[in-house]
Design a protein around this ligand. Structure first.
Ligand code: FMN
Length: 301
């Protein structure tokens, strides 16, 4: 009998449905016992978000400051798991506060210690640097990263900014103004994600999790755009400055959060197209380096 733990947090239910679809083949298999654990905040985050609270969480999210979470049930703490499926979403180019809080908890140390982990991402499209931060947290917990799956919104970057904002602020996954595409990960990708569960199941049965990631990559578990990677990296440098600045503004925090919101709009609509053009121009010169990087981010090293 093998024990598998599926950890997730989801506001809209998107990541939960990804988590449950990927876990399906394991649930349907004999000799595998699957437990689910939903991370719950002592003080839940709002959903749908109001503009103020959405931007208010930026500094603590980016600086990875944990908040109080509800205790993990004893049944989970008492079980030694053969595999953990860690489902998480990105907030502000970092692991979301609920996931970061869990990964910083003493319970996580106990559960993850010396245990194989597959990370599963359900974000808009910019998860590369957040995954690097999760790798650090997994290492701190002595976990063994064996696989990574990233499901993203496949429409263009700027279109998905518009549609996700409508979704986050209305709480409804709908075609904005009736003309934009649906926000988030497509139903098709979510439904088909059981194929990743099949790959995980066969590796688990064969006791060969070390070759899992190459199998996952072959079935398109991670697709990486070198342009989005550049935006993610640049964004991290800029967010580092903004988050440290805002967190130290005790009395004027509200004002500076509003300035950050305006800055973010300008960055997305003005700076990111410039980054795109520069990326296109210099792409042929950096081909070798880009190939090496894409290979790295597809892996779990
Ligand atoms: C505050 C906030 C910030 C976000 N920042 C990012 C981001 O930097 N990159 C990204 O790809 N998605 C980002 N997203 C989208 C989430 O990763 C995720 O796709 C969305 O919140 C739906 O997840 P759910 O399953 O919790 O409903 C953000 C969402 C929120 C609420």
């Amino acid at each position: 009998m093998k024990n598998v733990l599926v950890i997730y947090y989801s506001q809209s239910g998107q990541l939960e449905s990804i988590a449950r679809n990927i876990a399906k083949p394991l649930l349907n298999s004999e000799n595998i016992n699957v437990l689910f654990h939903e991370i719950q905040m002592e003080e839940p985050f709002p959903f749908p978000w109001k503009s103020e609270s959405f931007f208010e969480v930026f500094p603590e999210t980016f600086l990875q400051l944990p908040r109080a979470i509800k205790p993990v049930p004893q049944e989970i703490l008492n079980t030694k798991f053969d595999l953990i499926l860690l489902n998480y979403q990105v907030w502000y180019l970092s692991p979301s506060i609920p996931i970061n809080s869990f990964l910083n908890s003493p319970e996580a140390k106990n559960i993850l210690n010396n245990t194989p982990v597959v990370t599963i991402n359900g974000s808009r499209n910019m998860w590369f640097m957040a995954q690097e931060k999760v790798k650090v947290l997994l290492k701190q917990n002595n976990a063994l990263l064996k696989g990574n799956i990233a499901l993203v919104d496949r429409v263009g970057n700027l279109i998905s900014v518009i549609t996700i904002v409508d979704w986050m602020f209305s709480g409804v996954k709908k075609k904005y103004l009736g003309i934009f595409p649906l926000p988030g990960v497509s139903d098709k990708d979510i439904n088909e994600s059981t194929k990743f569960g099949d790959a995980i199941l066969s590796s688990l049965k064969e006791n060969d999790l070390d070759h899992l990631q190459s199998k996952l990559v072959q079935i398109d578990a991670v697709k990486i755009s070198s342009y989005l990677l550049t935006v993610d990296r640049t964004g991290n440098k800029i967010f580092s400055k903004w988050s440290n600045f805002i967190i130290n503004r005790k009395k004027t925090r509200k004002f500076w959060t509003k300035v950050f919101k305006v800055y973010l709009l300008v960055a997305i609509w003005l700076i990111s197209p410039i980054v795109y053009i520069l990326h296109l121009v210099f792409y042929p010169l950096k081909l070798k380096k880009i190939r090496r990087e894409l290979e790295y981010y597809k892996g779990v090293k």
